[in-house]
Design a protein around this ligand. Structure first.
Ligand SMILES: *Cc1c(COP(=O)(O)O)cnc(C)c1O
Length: 383
């Protein structure tokens, strides 16, 4: 079945009990069980809820995995995966790691005895060199945030399997519509479903998908015992978002490619990061492992421009953290997502003070370019 069809025809279409055209929101904490030795399918909603289950089956299907898990946020999904490891275990992570994940790993290192190395996961020799006898896992994000660096997922999977390591990929920026890491040999996929899967900036949610039965059992246990499960209403919102993932992604990606080319080389623009631009160093690897460049780009304004002036003149794009919504969202990593880092740490990752991340929405591209043109002209006039 083609992906566009699968986004509609999945576990959430047609409720088995009633034939309803969308999975009902099962607001129940507990379920009546027949007395005796035949417990029903459902017992308590922290262990399992039919609405959440429909989402878990759907995302597993989309990622071509066997087991899905839905969490209260992307962070709780990532935490449940990191809880697979124990004191003394070593894991390898990217330098350009999502800020929240960096925060959890730092805590696990400082207080719980986990060991971690942060390297450029795009460079096989750096990853190889950091593998130690107690290394248990390699964690990657591709494209990375906010400089859209590419990591070769097949290379990571091969390297890891040679050393019996678990591989984890945060697939938030791509969504299963554009990239399916499990099919490339990765063991665990995590998502902030808050972003493209939800797609409407109206819900916080996280997902995990795996193929291996043993890993699934351990993540399932973490989900149930730590208890950061996704509620039935929020599960339903993500299920509804998924139905339009394809059409949203197609449109947003087309807009992003246009905008990236429009910004590239323009007066007042120092640099554009987008894995769909021919001068992006990772474009070949990225196109060999995904179906498109996605809808997130970053633009570095000329150092002589005031980014605040630029942002103040945007009429359509909202200025906010987050990404993956139907609306264009501009954020300033230095003062938002990466504010916790020192200036040195930011510069080491090419997060320039004048870098703005743009999550391109599905508005008319004419209006978007007009919006960016107006903001750029204003900032240039103030020079
Ligand atoms: C937003 C995000 C997260 C965290 O997800 P929440 O839903 O905000 O908890 C993790 N990874 C990436 C790449 C993200 O963009």
């Amino acid at each position: 079945m083609d992906m566009l069809t699968k986004l509609i025809h999945n576990a959430s279409l047609v409720d088995k009990a009633t034939g309803a055209s969308s999975t009902p929101i099962y607001h129940a904490s507990t379920f009546h069980q027949d007395a005796g030795d035949h417990p029903g399918t459902w017992s308590y909603s922290r262990s399992g809820n039919p609405t959440r289950h429909a989402l878990e089956e759907t995302v597993a299907d989309l990622e071509q995995g066997a087991y899905g898990f839905a969490f209260a946020s992307g962070m709780s999904a990532i935490a449940a995966v990191l809880m697979l490891f124990s004191q003394g275990d070593h894991i390898i992570l990217p330098l350009d790691l999502y800020g929240g994940t960096f925060e959890i790993v730092s805590q696990l290192v400082e207080r719980y005895g986990l060991e971690a190395s942060f390297v450029d996961t795009g460079d096989a020799s750096q990853v190889q060199a950091s593998i130690m006898p107690n290394t248990r896992a390699i964690y990657v994000e591709t494209p990375s945030n906010p400089t859209l660096k590419i990591t070769d997922l097949r290379m990571i999977a091969e390297l890891a399997h040679r050393h019996h390591l678990v591989t984890i990929a945060d697939n938030t920026f791509m969504s299963p519509y554009l990239q399916r890491p499990l099919t490339l040999g990765i063991d665990v996929v995590v998502h902030s479903a808050t972003k493209f899967l939800g797609g409407h900036s109206d819900v916080i949610a996280g997902l995990v998908v795996v193929n291996d039965q043993d890993i699934a059992a351990r993540i399932g246990k973490n989900q149930k015992t730590w208890g950061a499960v996704l509620g039935p209403e929020d599960s339903w919102l993500v299920l509804r978002g998924i139905k339009t993932l394809g059409v949203r992604m197609d449109r947003a990606q087309r807009n992003a490619l246009y905008l990236a080319n429009w910004l590239h080389g323009r007066r007042g623009v120092e640099r554009v990061y987008y894995p769909g631009l021919s001068d992006h160093p990772g474009i070949k690897t990225h196109m060999a492992q995904s179906l498109g460049a996605g809808a997130v780009l970053s633009v570095v304004l000329d150092p002589s421009l005031e980014w605040t002036a630029f942002v103040s003149r945007l009429r359509y794009a909202i200025f906010a953290v987050s990404l993956g919504g139907v609306e264009t969202i501009v954020s300033h990593p230095s003062t938002m997502s990466h504010a916790g880092m020192s200036a040195d740490e930011r510069h080491r990752r090419n997060v320039a003070d004048n870098l703005l991340r743009v999550s391109v929405g599905i508005e008319s591209i004419n209006d978007l370019t007009e919006d960016f043109e107006g903001a750029l002209s204003y900032a240039l006039a103030l020079q």
